[in-house]
Design a protein. Structure first.
Length: 242
């Protein structure tokens, strides 16, 4: 469902030199699979998310999502993709259903299907008892759910979640994990995070990125065995120290 091939992104600096935010990144995510994209802050994870969601263009390389190329079919990519950014931009003055109806219209959901799409997304995201609440009065955990409901409105086969549990309390994290597991039963999910417990709880495979490059990939068990590590924490420490 997601195929990333040789993606490189370089930025110029004020001094005229060029630094790679991403350097020849390649990996795949299959349907009904949750893959954890793990790396320290500044590793290039968010840059990659923005490239896959067509907010940025790569310097080199490409990616295909649900058969649509980020180079040749950005509209198709956006139809196939639900994206939850780390900081969800929500209008505080709107009610949940009002906002989701507005977002469904922007995503091209036809008027006759819009109410059902909003109701389905609210149900999946667990917002049934908050559907008429003003967004500005919601807790951070429920605002995350609104962002996730937004990502689900067009029923996309692919989800990209950027740091979905940052700032949540333990109960909210547990609920978010359960929701992501359920979503991953039918969709390809790319979970970008620097939180090891999220990866251990959710991901069947892990891609570890550091300083813009893929350093290791595989199942948590395979990585522990290959690197002689007792835990994913130890795997991460060994990989990012090299």
């Amino acid at each position: 469902m997601i195929s990333v091939r040789g993606v490189t992104k370089r930025y110029g600096s004020a001094r005229g030199d060029i630094r790679p935010a991403l350097d020849d990144v390649s990996f795949e995510v299959e349907k009904a699979e949750i893959v954890g994209l793990l790396g320290p802050n500044g590793a290039g994870k968010t840059t990659l998310m923005r490239i896959l969601s067509c907010f940025l263009t790569p310097t080199r390389g490409t990616a295909v999502l649900a058969g649509c190329s980020i180079a040749d079919d950005t509209r198709g990519v956006r139809r196939a993709l639900g994206y939850l950014p780390e900081a969800v931009p929500l209008p505080p003055e709107m009610r949940v259903t009002e906002y989701l109806g507005f977002r469904a219209a922007l995503k091209g959901v036809t008027r006759d299907k819009r109410r059902a799409a909003v109701d389905d997304a609210i149900g999946i995201a667990g917002l049934g008892d908050r559907r008429t609440q003003i967004i500005g009065t919601l807790s951070r955990g429920y605002r995350q759910r609104v962002g996730l409901a937004d990502a689900l409105l067009a029923r996309p086969p692919i989800l990209i979640l950027d740091e979905p549990t940052v700032g949540l309390d333990p109960n909210q994290i547990r609920d978010t994990h359960a929701l992501i597991r359920e979503l991953g039963r039918e969709r390809a999910v790319l979970l970008s995070t620097h939180i090891l417990s999220d990866v251990e709880a959710l991901s069947g495979r892990v891609v570890i990125v550091d300083r813009g490059r893929v350093k290791e990939s595989g199942t948590p068990a395979a990585l522990r065995e290959r690197l002689g590590a007792a835990s994913l924490d130890e795997v991460f420490a060994k990989v990012t120290a090299s």
